[in-house]
Design a protein around this ligand. Sequence first.
Ligand code: PAF
Length: 316
Amino acid sequence: VRLITTVEGFSKELESERSGGRSVGLVPTMGYLHGGHLSLIARARSECDTVAATIFVNPLQFGPGEDLDDYPRDLDSDLLVLGRAGADIAFAPTVREMYPEEPLARVRVEGLSEDLEGRSRPGHLEGVATVVAKLFAMAGRCRAYFGEKDYQQLLLVERLVSDLSFPVEVVRCPTVREPDGLAVSSRNSRLGDGERRTAAALYRALEAGRERVEAGERSPERVREAMVSVLAAEPGAVLDYAEVAGASDLSVPCALGDRELRLLVAATVGPVRLIDNLGVTPPGSAAAARNPGSRARDHTSDEPAARPAGGRKAAP
Ligand code: PAF
């Protein structure tokens, strides 16, 4: 894998790939790569001629008191992982290279940044949108691979691309899960053994919500209660939110009828704040008729992790 650390070098390298007739796949990450990232790289590898991963822990998306300093980092190991996964380019700039000055221009995707993660982590999604816009501006025409694990981020990036006309095709990739359902995440490495077991409650909460919807429950509040009760039974988990939302725009549904839904949870376990989500289609809905037997397709990780695990706007 070719390591590039300058913005100019990265842009030129990708431009030269394209002028040689090669399509570019971009996988933006904050490093400390795990099975979820590997699934993004594998998908990019299968669809693009040149695969570039970016590794940058973006300070703009961490609020005061959040885990910027504790966020796990291991560039040497990431480069080995990328090489084994068949990536061609690793772009790993310093903070100074990305932000020579405090940026005055910031990107905000209205309507997708205020609630859920935006409410709990003020400024976080603006920081994400800003760095992703910069990476897209540097990378140029490409396909960009994002995981459904960060569902609000994924919707935001899709709107960023369409509203600002970046020459980028966003590719959605399913969440990768451990056998007990825990979504893989770099932050899982900071969980102790007991905390690691508790963390699986997030997925169990989502499953409880999904069962309610699939059993025909129409009340968002009762679906929410089903998710909350699973997490409330775990003394080691501190619930932040458990919500039911429209899958296309995260708006609050009045009743669960016709639309594809997304269940979203966030909770703190030990030192780590975790998020997860699951898609669900209400039975008898037009969406279910279009896609009979549909269930959210997440991957259970069948390969070892790269490292050992150590109010919203109402629907119209
Ligand atoms: O999902 C992430 O790892 C980050 O939010 C991203 C998209 C790389 C931006 O820093």
